[in-house]
Design a protein around this ligand. Sequence first.
Ligand SMILES: NC(=O)c1ccc[n+]([C@@H]2O[C@H](COP(=O)([O-])OP(=O)(O)OC[C@H]3O[C@@H](n4cnc5c(N)ncnc54)[C@H](OP(=O)(O)O)[C@@H]3O)[C@@H](O)[C@H]2O)c1
Length: 350
Amino acid sequence: MTGEDPQMETAQLGPLTVSRLCLGAMLMGGKTPEAESHRMLDAFVDAGGTFVDTADTYGDGASERTLAPWLARRRDDVVLATKLRFSVSDPGGRGLAPDRIVQACDASLRRMGVDVIDLYQVHAPDPEVALEESLEALDGLVRAGKVRALGASNFPAWLLSWAVALQDREGWSPFVSLQPQYSLVERSVEVELLPFCRSAGLAVLPWGPLGAGFLTGRYERGVEAAAGSRIGDAGDALEEAPARRAVERNFRAVDEARAIADEIGATVPQVAIAWLLAQPGVTAPIVGPRTYEQLDDLLPAAGLELSPEQLERLGAHTGPPELYPQRFLLGQNGIDPEQPLRRRDAAARR
Ligand SMILES: NC(=O)c1ccc[n+]([C@@H]2O[C@H](COP(=O)([O-])OP(=O)(O)OC[C@H]3O[C@@H](n4cnc5c(N)ncnc54)[C@H](OP(=O)(O)O)[C@@H]3O)[C@@H](O)[C@H]2O)c1
């Protein structure tokens, strides 16, 4: 642990002020035992971290339950984010029907032993329920004081922008953040989602910032990923499936990260997180260490600043392909598709 400067840079997320690293609790109460989880949470807060992310579905409630005794001691030290949408036994089922939204929120509050959730995130869209019904029910949670702010996760850009426009039109509590997968080895969000979030002022909280561990340098060309590792154990449908991660361009990004890490006396995961922190619009990457040692390695990334030349070298191998209409607008017509959206001011719109 570096431990010399306990402060971490902060950022604004709607009404909430958060540290620029968020600690993901997905493995807590599962692969990470409770005592080690609490040690990691203490170390994170001692290093200046103030932002913790979980979900009801992680370990079928186990992650939220594991947080409870720690929160009983340190609730006021963190901004607490959780999610709903996927399967969990309490309240049972899945989805974003209005009744279920209320029940899922009450169950998360109960499991974590807290009286308010700071950031309540929709884990993914639910095409079975009218969007307005879900958004109105989520607004009700904010009005009831059970939730401070709302966020979305894993939304495509068209649906997120539609939802935010509806919230704006109806005067409902808005999504203040998006939690998308984003890392040096998964950069699709750069095409539509990041420009939208920058334009609309949504915070961006990247999950999978190391590509589930690929950006550590421990996977090698032509060598099967070890069983027991996240990537070695991943089935074909998972985002971190070996077929998706272990491709040449991703290995090149790891090679570059290793070279830069050696140059500056850092580690590959630190360099990968520092790259993310430097991307315009990124608020707070959600790190997901499985062990105390992995957390200890990641913490210095919060203060690691890479030079423009290092950022360019890192980003050179894995950028998204040129796509229409961006290519047509910018390349052929000189219209920057990333210009912030121009709108009449809020008073004129009402
Ligand atoms: N919204 C969503 O749909 C969604 C989805 C996934 C995650 N999340 C959130 O995002 C958080 C992070 O996601 P993630 O776990 O996929 O993140 P990640 O940082 O890409 O991957 C974490 C994995 O990387 C390896 N690792 C981490 N730090 C390391 C280090 N210093 N040295 C070596 N290996 C290291 C570990 O792999 P091994 O276990 O193999 O050692 C660990 O399990 C989660 O806790 C959760 O809160 C959200």
